[in-house]
Design a protein around this ligand. Structure first.
Ligand SMILES: C[S@@+](CC[C@H](N)C(=O)[O-])C[C@H]1O[C@@H](n2cnc3c(N)ncnc32)[C@H](O)[C@@H]1O
Length: 244
């Protein structure tokens, strides 16, 4: 039987091979985009979500070390590499990393690395100035793995180091719960019912549901102060945090 790490690797390798574009990015018409346009969505995300945080913190990334957890095709990694001194971009899927290396020329300060999907054992204690993870934790099948990553972020960040974590605000996605509840009692739509129930069970796509409050508690436990939680209209949120 496969353990969680092996399951995540198998499933993400398979997704990368079958349907890579919607797998790494959920923007409309993603299949019509070429990879240059797709990577450009990462630049926009960095401009809108990460750069303003760095600016507010008076953080100059030029000579700093960044770590990205779950880099996929490198949508965020390339824009980070244009700003930071060095970028370590980690992913559980060797296939995703193979495609990331193949589609775009790699900056000399950017390193794509395979990880075990659970911890950051390849990264030294207190060696990182900035860590981010975008569209990754929401896919992780168990709360204990998400909390393992948070412990690890606390370990690898330098004192004063910054961190951005993007997640889904499940507590705000009331429509999902309504759909589930209104369809569940109906005997007339058993197939639809079964599909939706299966879709909502935690796996390597619809991951474990963790509330913003739980993430915040775990971050604080690991000496990371939550500075802000910024909600988006689609029920995603971005945690901005700093290691004590
Ligand atoms: C939806 S894609 C997002 C990729 C990238 N962050 C972006 O925004 O373009 C999710 C990525 O996370 C990776 N991933 C999933 N679970 C992971 C885990 N436990 N540890 C590291 N990477 C993981 C997948 O292989 C995939 O490349």
């Amino acid at each position: 039987m496969l353990n969680d790490s092996q399951k995540m690797r198998r499933d993400w390798d398979e997704r990368a091979l079958k349907n890579p574009k919607p797998t790494v990015c959920w923007v409309p018409n993603v299949n019509e985009m070429d990879w240059v346009q797709l990577l450009q969505t990462g630049e926009i995300e960095v401009q809108e979500r990460i750069q303003p945080f760095l600016d507010r913190m008076g953080f100059d990334p030029a000579d700093k070390a960044a770590l990205e957890i779950g880099c996929g095709w490198g949508r965020m990694s390339h824009p980070l590499a244009r700003r930071f001194g060095t970028v370590m971009a980690l992913d559980v899927s060797p296939e995703m990393l193979k495609q990331a290396r193949a589609i775009a020329a790699q900056e000399s300060n950017l390193q794509f690395l395979p990880g075990n999907g659970i911890d950051l054992h390849e990264v030294g204690d207190g060696s990182i100035d900035f860590c981010c993870t975008v569209s990754v934790f929401l896919h992780i099948p168990s709360k204990s793995i998400i909390f393992s990553y948070i412990r690890e972020i606390g370990r690898v960040l330098k004192s004063g180091g910054l961190c951005v974590i993007q997640f889904n605000a499940y507590e705000r996605q009331a429509w999902l719960r309504r759909l589930h509840v209104s369809i569940r009692p109906s005997r007339k739509v058993p197939v639809l019912h079964r599909k939706i129930v299966v879709a909502l069970e935690p796996g390597t796509w619809h991951g474990a549901k963790v509330k913003a409050q739980e993430l915040e508690t775990e971050l604080i436990k690991n000496q990371i102060d939550v500075l802000d939680i910024r909600y988006e209209e689609l029920g995603r949120f971005w945690i901005e945090a700093r290691k004590k």
